[in-house]
Each structure stands twice: as C-alpha cells, then as structure tokens.
Design a protein around this ligand. Structure first.
Ligand code: CMC
Length: 428
C-alpha cells in the first residue's frame, strides 16, 4: 500500500504521497504543497533534506558507505572495468558489449581534434591562470565552434554531442597544463586507449618518444572511475539546473566545472595537499592542526575530512588509500606527506570531535597523494577530478533532458524590508 504523509498547519490537514525508490528510500512528494496550502513553501538551505529529482544513475548510502553506478558496486568497477566502459555505463545505463565499446571508442577518436583557433583563446590567458578557470572558459568556448544546439528528441544528435565532449575535453584539460608548463600543445595519439592518451597529452615531450607506464595508467584509470559520478552533489546539481533552462550540454558542463572548483567540493584535493605541505613545513605537528580544526574560533577545517552524505566512511577513500600505498610502493616513492596524512587520519578517527560529527577521510584526502606521485602539478588536481566527473555530468544532463524535467527554480522566504516609499536623494 502506498504511504501518505500528513501535514497540519493551523489545524488544517494536508496529505502528500510518499515516493519509494528501488533501494527503499522514501521521499515526500510536495509538488502540490504551495497549491494546496495557499502558498506555504519549505526552507532547506543547502538542500540537506531536499530531493531535486528521481534518478536511475547512481545510488549511495551514506550510513553504510555504499556507492553504485547503475547498480554495480564502485569496488567491482574500480577493480574490473576501465574508465571508458564506466563512461558508457553511466551515460547509457548498461555495460557495453565488445562491439558497443569498440564503436564508442572509435566515435570518440573521430572527434578528438580541437579547432586550431581554440589555441588563440588559450593563448590569451596568463600562464598563472588557474587551470579550472581556463578549462571552464575553454569548455564554454567550444560552443562557438559547435554552435548547433542538440535536439534531445534525437538519440543520434544527443550521442553526437556526447562523443564530441568526451573526445575534446581531455585535449582541453591537457592543454591547460601544457600552457602552464610552457610545453607545445599536443593532440595525443589515437592508437592509444582513452586514459593512456590523456596521459600522453599531458606529459609527452616534443623531443622524446612517449612511453606508456602500466602502473601510472591503471592508477589514473581507477581515480577517474572513482570520481565518475556521485549523484546530486553541488556541480552535478549545477549541470542539471543550468541544463533545465535548455542551455546546451557544453554550457551546462562549463557551469559544472566552476561549481566543482570550490575548496568545499572538488577543490578540496588541491587544498588537502596544500594543507599537508603546510603541516610538514610547520614541523609535522599533527596534534596542533587537529586542535585548530576543533577550535570554533579558528576557521581552519581539516581538508579532506567530512562529507555531506557519507556519515560512516567514504568507500572511495578506502579504495584510494590502498591504491595510494600501492602506487607509491610500485613507483618507489617515499612521500612524507603520506605519513602526515596517515597520522592525521589516525588521530582524527579516534578523536571525540570527529567521531561525534561523523567526520571521516573523504575521496580527496588521498587522491592528491597519488596525483603527486604521478607528477601531476597540484593546481591540476581539480582538473583531474573534472575529467573523472565528466561522464557523470553528461549522464545526469541526459537523464534530466530525457525526463523532460521542468526548469529549476527554487522558492525563498523573503525577510527584507516591507514596502517603503522612495526617498529622493536630498532626503536620504
Ligand atoms: N574539519 C573540522 N570540522 C568539520 C569539518 C572539517 N573538515 N567538516 C565538518 N566539520 C564540522 C563543522 O564545523 C560542523 O560542526 P558543528 O556541528 O560543531 O557546527 C559539523 O562538522 C558539520 O559540518 P557541516 O559543514 O554542517 O557539514 P556539511 O555536510 O554541510 O559539509 C563538507 C560537508 C564536505 C563541506 C565539510 O565536511 C567540509 O568542509 N569538509 C572539508 C572540505 C572537503 O574535504 N570537501 C570535499 C568533499 S568530498 C569531495 C566531493 O564530493 O566534492
């Protein structure tokens, strides 16, 4: 029997249906709230209790530490799938057959060139520009070179836009890094796999032949998979809400990149390494920084700790911690920053402040350590996150358009001045 929620306001009762998801999650459907109550709305800053959509892409259970893409566990996908298979799975709903994967890969490669004039735009940025700002701008600029809007009723047009962005985005991301490093821009090599090619585009030297490294490639592949989707987080909600105005895919993605940039979201991976470096430079006194994080008069937060949804453990952090140890071991790297990270985690996990607030290491706590080991500069970390999150954003944008969701437009409760008569400047 379907469940009903009853709301009582000033003695009047209103009933609302309760929607049940496939994993026994319940949501009170308040679509009729304002209409039936004569304009009463809800208030939920940060949307901590508000579901913005029904979605069939990613399931996560923050209490149990479960994360699944289209029903497949993140642990299995990180172990057994490659990033391109995960892209296909997230966007189209099923793991690809060998033929589907081959076609997907071929179609992406067909689109992997970027208009030469894009180089002029890149040229206009100062070398010191943060790669996330550059990437967001270049993604927006792509619209000018691909002006046709996508007819969402045409699977073919939708598919065309998707392979285009999957192909061009890694080129743009790699170019933002090469520009900072004063390296000539590289188009990669279509005989390589998606992730290997990304690595080549980032690191190939003009005077050396590129040699792929399996350890590096596998680590990158895993990192991209772990970041590929995370349901309705800040950047994904941004992509969906921008897309809900029927802005195109590239415009919606560019907005998502900007949302991801912030240190409370994707920018945390850069902030974690900067924090660990600062602790190291300050003598490695982890206790001092734990105390700072607990001090309410100190704005310092332990970056890489805590999560809006995970209140037990972040399953991605578990996989990535193991992977960080393996990668550093295989590459023969000893990084004192990893020891500081482990020391901080050890203390925080036993400390009442963190335990009571259910603050655990999140995915970003260890990802930066691997990126560093792979030679990726700190300011590129959030770009790596964006590269991983791209299929998730695309999948969520596609789902939102196919479900013909209405334009996103939250309400508010106005708390400003009541009507007042205009005063001329001499009366103020
Ligand atoms: N260090 C110290 N105290 C913290 C931290 C932290 N990292 N995170 C939360 N708290 C405290 C916070 O001060 C508050 O304490 P009190 O109840 O005494 O006021 C309590 O824990 C709840 O915090 P909140 O800010 O209300 O929690 P939230 O769900 O709104 O925020 C968060 C989640 C991820 C923004 C936050 O934990 C944070 O700022 N963490 C550091 C940044 C970070 O690592 N972000 C990456 C998130 S994972 C990657 C991604 O998916 O984007």
């Amino acid at each position: 029997m379907s469940k009903i929620a009853t709301l009582e306001i000033d003695g009047n009762k209103y009933e609302f249906p309760i929607i049940e998801g496939t994993e026994n999650e319940f949501g009170i459907d308040i679509k009729a709230l304002r209409g039936s109550t004569g304009g009463v709305t809800t208030i939920d800053p940060g949307y901590k209790n508000t579901g913005s959509c029904e979605s069939a892409i990613t399931f996560l259970d923050g209490e149990k530490g479960i994360l699944r893409y289209r029903g497949y566990s993140i642990e299995e996908l990180a172990e057994k799938a490659d990033f391109l298979e995960v892209c296909y799975l997230l966007i189209f709903g099923e793991l690809p057959t060998a033929e589907q994967l081959e076609k997907f890969d071929k179609d992406i490669k067909e689109e992997s060139h970027v208009d030469e004039d894009m180089k002029k735009i890149l040229d206009g940025f100062p070398k010191s520009a943060h790669p996330m700002g550059v990437l967001s701008s270049l993604t927006s600029a792509l619209i000018a070179f691909n002006p046709g809007s996508v007819d969402v009723d045409s699977e073919e047009e939708m598919y065309g836009a998707i392979v285009k962005i999957l192909a061009k985005f890694p080129v743009l991301a790699a170019w933002t890094m090469r520009k900072r490093k004063s390296l000539p821009l590289d188009y990669g090599d279509n005989s390589l796999g998606y992730v290997e090619n990304l690595h080549k585009m980032m690191f190939a030297r003009p005077n050396q032949s590129y040699v792929a490294d399996k350890i590096v490639n596998d680590a990158l592949d895993k990192l991209l998979i772990l970041h590929a989707d995370h349901e309705q987080n800040c950047s994904t909600s941004t992509v969906r809400i921008v897309g809900s105005s029927h802005a195109g895919l590239f415009a919606s993605l560019s907005a998502g990149i900007s949302a991801l940039w912030g240190p409370l979201h994707g920018g945390a991976n850069q902030a974690v390494i900067e924090m660990l470096e600062a602790i190291k430079a300050d003598g490695g006194d982890t206790a001092k920084y734990i105390a700072k994080a607990k001090d309410k008069n100190d704005p310092f937060r332990l970056m890489g700790f805590g999560h809006r949804v995970y209140k037990n453990f972040d399953p991605r952090a578990k996989i990535i911690k193991k992977s960080a140890e393996e990668v550093l071991g295989s590459l023969g790297i000893e990084d004192p920053v990893l020891d500081i990270a482990k020391g901080l985690a050890e203390v925080a996990l036993k400390d009442e402040y963190f335990v009571k607030r259910k603050l655990y290491p999140n995915v970003d706590f260890y990802s930066g350590i691997i990126y560093r080991a792979l030679g990726i500069p700190t300011e590129m970390f959030t770009v790596m996150f964006a590269l991983g999150r791209l299929p998730g954003w695309i999948a969520q944008w596609r789902e939102m358009r196919l479900r013909k969701e209405p334009i996103g437009r939250p309400r508010q409760i106005y708390i400003g001045e009541n009507y007042r008569a205009f005063k001329s400047i001499s009366e103020r």
